[in-house]
Design a protein around this ligand. Structure first.
Ligand code: SAH
Length: 245
C-alpha cells in the first residue's frame, strides 16, 4: 500500500516513519510512504503557498495551485486510490473507516495549515474529508500520522505474527478487556486469580465480561451499535443485576 502525504513540513514525518509500527512496515516493504513538499510546487522566487482570504479576516489560506500541482505530480500506483483532506470539518475517523482504507492501494493525504486550504481543492480533488476529533489542530500532519498508523497496522504482515488485532478495542464495537503482565503482585495489587488459573474458557468469559463492563461504564454509546451475542446479553443482564464482576 502506498501513502502520498502532501505537507508544508515533510521533516515532521521522519521520526514517525523510522520509529513506529508503520516504520517497520516500510522496512518490510509492505507500505510505502512518499512525502511531498507542497512548497516545491509553488511558483515565484519566494515559493508562496498561502495568501490572504477573499472577503477579509484574520489568518491565511493555503493556495489551490501548489496543492493541485503537487497532486498532479503523484505517480499513480494503478489500483483503487483515494484523496483525503485532513479537516476538523470532516467525517470522524473510526476503526471501521481504517479497515475500509486498508484495502485501498494508494491513499493521498493532504495536510492543511493556517486557516485551511482553498475550498476549490476540496471541491475539485478531494474524495473524503477526515477529522481525527472535535478539536482544532494547527496542521493536518498529526492527523495524517494517525491515519497512516491506524490503517497500516491492519495490513496483513505489518504487526508480524506476534498478535492479532482482532481483539483490539472497537473491533467488535467494544472496548478491550484490561491487560496484566509480571509481576503477579504490584504495590499490593494482585493479578485477577482467574488469569493464573490456566482455564482458557474461564479466562475467555472473564475477559468478555470485563470488555462489556468497561464499555458499559465508559462508552455506553458503543454498546448500542456493538455486535452482541446471546452470551453477551446474558453477561450484560448479570452486570445490571450486580451478579457478574
Ligand atoms: N479554520 C479551519 C481550521 C484550520 S486548522 C476550520 O475552522 O475548520 C489547520 C489545518 O489543520 C486544517 O486545514 C486541517 O488540515 C488540520 N486540522 C485541524 N484540526 C483537525 C482535526 N480535528 N482533524 C484533522 N485535521 C485537522
Amino acid at each position: 500500500m502506498r501513502f502520498d502525504i502532501l505537507t508544508l513540513f515533510p521533516d515532521l514525518f521522519s521520526a514517525f516513519v523510522k520509529e513506529t509500527i508503520p516504520g517497520r512496515a516500510v522496512a518490510k516493504g509492505l507500505i510505502d510512504i512518499h512525502l511531498i513538499d507542497i512548497r516545491a510546487f509553488a511558483k515565484g522566487p519566494h515559493r508562496v503557498t498561502d495568501d490572504r482570504p477573499y472577503g477579509g479576516g484574520d489568518g491565511m489560506v493555503m493556495k489551490a495551485g501548489p496543492i493541485f500541482r503537487a497532486l498532479q505530480s503523484i505517480e499513480r500506483a494503478g489500483g483503487p486510490s483515494r484523496v483525503i483532506l485532513l479537516s476538523p470539518q470532516g467525517e470522524p475517523f473510526t476503526q471501521a473507516r481504517a479497515w475500509e482504507l486498508s484495502g485501498i492501494e494508494q491513499l493521498t493525504l493532504i495536510c492543511g495549515r493556517y486557516e485551511g486550504v482553498d475550498e476549490r481543492i476540496r471541491a475539485e480533488c478531494v474524495d473524503l474529508e477526515l477529522s481525527i476529533g472535535d478539536y482544532v489542530l494547527s496542521g493536518g500532519e498529526l492527523g495524517a500520522m494517525v491515519i497512516v498508523d491506524a490503517v497500516s497496522r491492519l495490513i496483513p504482515g505489518v504487526l508480524g505474527g506476534e498478535r492479532s488485532n482482532l481483539e483490539d478495542s472497537f473491533e467488535d464495537g467494544l472496548l478491550e478487556y484490561p491487560h496484566y503482565t509480571r509481576p503477579r503482585v504490584f504495590r499490593d495489587r494482585e493479578v485477577p486469580p482467574v488469569l493464573l488459573s490456566g482455564d482458557h474458557e474461564k479466562i475467555r468469559v472473564w475477559r468478555r465480561t470485563q470488555a462489556l463492563k468497561r464499555t458499559l461504564e465508559r462508552r455506553p454509546d458503543l454498546l448500542e451499535k456493538a455486535k452482541l451475542t446471546e452470551e453477551d446479553r446474558r453477561i450484560l443482564a448479570d452486570l445490571a443485576k450486580g451478579k457478574a464482576t
